[in-house]
Design a protein around this ligand. Structure first.
Ligand code: DUC
Ligand code: ZN
Ligand code: ZN
Length: 431
């Protein structure tokens, strides 16, 4: 017999004419991250607060191991910046930048004691973050044995370094050459190589910030041999394109890696979402103030990579995706929340509305129009990458673990309310 539950609510929220969906999960953000000689400008407080205003109730940040040091050393460093500071919920991926016998011995504890079940790798950024293929295969074997997942920034670091050096030697120093130094083939090649290594080792694999047709074709090829490689794109790759690199130094606002691509890649990515090849839309939120971007005024390779988007992901995806009939409302919920919860081992605590779940809920006005601007956003960054964009649809009331966190543009919870979420192993029965 089906059970029925009856509760007397202590508070009733009128959601008539609104949509109600699970709190957004952004599994790719960089808060307070030491990177390229500076720190990303949103910390755990400002970043998770801005996320909440936009309907994202949980983020997953990246711990970066320092080469030569342990994973636990990095975990403690990241806890020092995050503990007690977040407004919204968060978790960590562990980026393994130096895989060796000592690191190998720490993987099991990360999964079983710390609830960190996904391990990020960089196939680029040689000298600081990149691991080679021998380390990659070794890490994959160990992570598979522990029941975790390996994720990757899939671009060919050596090819990119060659192109960066070439352009610099030719005196080509503007932000445009950041884009020209990372052509589609650099991402396609690395994506295919990663998929092949994941297939060989049998580990669960996930490609972060996939941007282009060439890379997506490797995901499609993997499915033909019955291998599921999960793929995430980011909101900017769906709605912005490389014509933004034609603005002189102003283009530094959109210097990120991988760079923005072509219109044809946007079409490919929307199709990839609808075909179930791309399961997640994240942000790679990594903001830098203009003074920080100016570190690369005379040399594109010194521009800190990254752009601000944590606050706008849900509303941009709704406005550009659902309102413009590129994706259905159900697909919107899957790629903005539910799939990330399943892939990263948080379902059904997160990513759904149901009895026993965390009651992370967005009440959303699908008709409200508003304009994105640096003057009204909540991110700690002094420009907007989407200045003047007109949006249809607004996150109005946001509940986090059953409490109203944001109501009509007012924050009702404090720094420290955000909780670290220990994660389980991945559930891979995505529909
Ligand atoms: N790409 C970025 O643009 N920023 C942070 C790291 C990355 O891979
Ligand atoms: Zn990356
Ligand atoms: Zn990133």
């Amino acid at each position: 017999m089906e059970k029925t539950f009856q509760f007397e609510a202590d508070q009733t929220i009128d959601a008539s004419n609104k949509l109600v969906f699970p709190g957004g999960i952004d599994p790719h953000v960089h808060l307070d991250m030491p990177f390229m000689g500076t720190y990303s400008s949103d910390n755990y407080e400002t970043g998770t607060r801005a996320a909440l205003f936009g309907g994202t109730t949980m983020v997953i940040d990246f711990i970066l191991q320092t080469q030569g040091k342990s994973l636990y050393n990095a975990l403690n460093e990241w806890k020092g910046r995050s503990d007690g500071n977040a407004v919204g919920d968060y978790s960590f991926h562990m980026a393994v930048t130096d895989f060796n016998e000592n690191t190998k011995a720490e993987i099991k504890d990360m999964v079983e004691k710390e609830g960190i079940t996904s391990f990020k790798t960089f196939m680029a950024y040689k000298g600081a973050l990149m691991i080679d293929d021998a380390q990659m295969v070794g890490l994959m074997n160990e992570v598979k044995a522990c029941g975790g997942m390996v994720t990757t920034h899939a671009t060919n670091g050596d090819m990119i370094d060659f192109l960066v050096a070439k352009h610099k030697s030719e005196g080509k120093l503007s932000p445009l050459y950041h884009y020209i130094s990372q052509p589609e083939v650099t991402e396609a090649e690395a994506s295919g190589r990663f998929a092949d290594m994941a297939d060989y080792t049998g580990v669960k694999g996930y490609i972060v910030h996939l941007t282009c047709e060439g890379a997506l074709n490797h995901i499609r090829d993997a499915t033909k041999r019955n291998q599921k490689v999960y793929a995430e794109t980011c909101i900017q790759y769906l709605v912005l394109d490389a014509s933004l690199y034609d603005k002189g130094f102003e283009s530094a606002k959109w210097v990120m890696s991988p760079p923005l691509r072509e219109k044809k890649d946007q079409d490919t990515l929307w199709a990839g979402i609808n075909q179930g090849l791309v399961q997640v839309v994240a942000t790679d939120h990594c903001p830098f103030n203009w003074e920080q971007k100016k570190m690369g005024e005379n040399d594109f390779s010194k521009i800190p990579n990254g752009h601000p988007a944590i606050e706008h992901r849900m509303e941009l995806l709704f406005s550009e995706g659902v309102v413009k009939n590129k994706i259905s409302l159900n697909k919107f919920v899957e790629v903005s929340s539910t799939n990330a919860a399943k892939i990263f081992g948080m379902y059904p605590q997160k990513g759904t509305i149901g009895i026993g779940s965390d009651a992370d809920i967005v009440i959303f006005d699908p008709n409200e129009k508003h304009t994105i601007s640096v003057n009204s956003h909540h991110m700690n960054v002094d420009y907007s990458a989407y200045e003047g964009w007109e949006i249809t649809g607004k996150s109005k009331t946001i509940l986090l673990r059953g409490n109203i966190a944001v109501d009509d543009n007012k924050l009702l919870v404090n720094k420290g309310y955000g909780k670290f979420i220990k994660r389980n192993k991945s559930i891979l029965d995505l529909k």
